[in-house]
Ligand binder design. Structure first.
Ligand code: NDP
Length: 243
């Protein structure tokens, strides 16, 4: 059933960056299943068949602007933004080049800023909007080899809270979902012994499913979560509890 907004009976336009695979695809599928009009971005390759998609590289302001223009022209203004696109370039601090650091920040944190800023234009006209940043528990716990990634993900919390203070009174919410270890291409790259060690440290004793992340995102975008702003929901089987 489509999620009704107070002002209209039209389906909401939901944009999921990096929605062509992994967690983003699962989030997009979940919104589509409840009747929202979902547009995903893809960066490389071709658009997945049968879904509404625009090409977008979040590390380019021009590419983000072009994608939003296409969406607004074809489907209308974005009402729910899920900033999900992300990369890793893991290596120990002493070996991490400045490019390893800045390129991860440029996609994960500045990329999220680019899409959030652009989406806000439409939110102010619509007089409502929801932003959900996909972070990671590593933004709280840190992890060896991830000085770049952890910094980028920690930054999303500060950004969501700044946006909350700026736009909370304009019916805009900005929240963060911080997944723990989720079964996707990203975690499939981990060696078997590393996977076993990680599982042993998770109270739930397993990696999560992308659907479990999608559930939290959908709730934050739902009418019932209208008073939830500037918060972080961890979906991590208890891994980072207390942080
Ligand atoms: P994947 O590697 O499976 O997918 C990443 C997605 O981001 C792809 O769609 C990719 O597009 C897109 N992307 C990467 N760089 C850019 C860019 N510059 N512009 C536009 N799109 C880009 O990752 P996951 O599904 O595992 O992760 C999704 C999000 O969840 C990420 O932000 C990640 O940090 C976070 N996360 C993941 C966890 C996990 O265990 N998997 C745990 C915690 C957080 P393309 O296909 O073109 O490469």
């Amino acid at each position: 059933m489509a999620v009704a907004t107070p002002e209209t009976t039209e389906p909401r336009v939901v944009l999921v960056t990096g929605g062509n695979r992994g967690i983003g695809k699962c989030i997009a599928d979940a919104f589509r299943a409840q009747g929202d009009r979902v547009i995903i971005t893809y960066r490389t390759g071709a658009a997945p068949e049968g879904v509404d998609a625009v090409q977008c590289d979040v590390s380019s302001t021009d590419s983000v602007d072009a994608a939003f223009k296409e969406i607004e022209k074809t489907w209308g203004p974005v009402e729910v933004l899920v900033a999900n696109a992300g990369i890793t370039k893991d290596t120990l601090l002493m070996r991490m080049s400045e490019d390893d650091f800045t390129s991860v920040l440029d996609t994960n944190l500045v990329g999220a800023f680019r899409v959030a800023k652009r989406a806000t234009k439409g939110f102010l006209k619509l007089k409502r909007g929801r932003i959900i940043f996909i972070s990671s528990v590593v933004g709280f716990t840190g992890a060896p080899g991830q000085a770049n990634y952890a910094s980028s993900k920690a930054g999303l919390t500060g950004m969501a809270r700044a946006i909350t203070r700026e736009l909370g009174a304009r019916n805009v919410t900005a929240n963060v979902v911080a997944p723990g270890y989720i079964t996707t291409d990203m975690t499939a790259e981990l060696p078997g012994d590393v996977t076993a060690t990680y599982k042993a440290s998770i109270p739930a004793g397993r990696f999560g499913d992308a659907e479990e992340v999608a559930n939290a995102v959908q709730w934050l975008a739902s009418p019932g979560a209208g008073y939830v702003n500037g918060t972080v929901i961890r979906v991590d089987g208890g891994l980072a509890m207390g942080l």
